[in-house]
Design a binder for this molecule. Structure first.
Ligand code: SAH
Length: 240
């Protein structure tokens, strides 16, 4: 017997839920964290000068608490980074909003992210660009992020486990690139895979880094320093 039921298919009495739609129990109407998220946007992001309304809306809509480990959900909206396992962190909400706004997306772009981590930044990008390509060097984190994003129904995100220093040549060129781990210098492969006119937002340096915006021009790169930041290092070996 085969019949359709709640977008799942019953085969031999077993309900197989199709991987379409939102499978994780997330209903924005009854979300217990909605008001905390509103407070986060007002007090941490708007108050510090991020104005882009589409970025603010994405930060309001994406349920950040699903991107931190379950025991830390109550801490998801605090004004700082949180651990996500493998000695890595999900970035502070303000930094996610700031970096996203610096990309100046209009919805039509192909964006590359280096450092999938929890998948939270990818979720924000997925709301603001056409396609998101995200690379994570640590297999376990990549696996968890892929599941979280699939469960929440994000469909325009492409995943790769690998070394972001190499970029994603088969999918290049990109309209915008965001790097969420800090290399000592800007990786040349990423510059090569950026379109002319495109922006690269990246923390550069060792220890305390400079958050920089690079804009690719016909003649080279224009570089602008934004603020000092502290990201985990971009590594070439997942055991580091
Ligand atoms: N954007 C993430 C936060 C990333 S933390 C989020 O929203 O949660 C930085 C991530 O970069 C870590 O998960 C780390 O494993 C990853 N990383 C470090 N070096 C990398 C490399 N060379 N290539 C790809 N990912 C890397």
């Amino acid at each position: 017997m085969t019949n359709l039921k709640h977008s799942g298919i019953v085969i031999g009495g077993v309900l197989i839920v199709a991987a379409t739609g939102v499978l994780m129990a997330f209903d924005p109407q009854t979300d217990p964290f909605a008001s905390e998220r509103r407070r986060m946007v007002e007090t941490q992001i708007v108050a510090r000068g991020v104005e882009a309304s589409d970025v603010l809306q994405a930060m309001q809509d994406v349920p950040r608490h699903f991107f931190v480990p379950e025991p830390l959900r109550d801490r998801a909206y605090l004004d700082g980074p949180q651990p996500i396992g493998s000695s890595q962190t999900i970035s502070q909400p303000y930094i996610v909003a700031l970096m996203t706004s610096l990309l100046e997306l209009d919805g039509n772009e192909k964006v590359l992210e280096i450092g999938t981590g929890s998948g939270y930044q990818a979720a924000i990008l997925s709301r603001l660009a056409k396609d998101v390509y995200t690379i994570e060097i640590r297999q376990e984190l990549a696996k968890n992020a892929r599941k979280t994003l699939a469960d929440l129904g994000y469909r325009n995100i492409h995943f790769r486990v690998g070394d972001g220093y190499e970029g994603w040549p088969e999918a290049a060129p990109f309209d915008a690139i965001i790097v969420t781990a800090a290399p000592p210098e800007t990786p040349q492969a990423l510059v090569d895979q950026l379109k002319v006119g495109g922006r690269l937002v990246i923390p550069v340096g060792r220890g305390i880094q400079d958050l920089e915006v690079h804009t690719k021009t016909e003649d080279g790169l224009e570089r602008r320093k934004v603020i000092p930041v502290r990201f985990v290092p971009m590594v070439s070996d997942p055991e580091d």
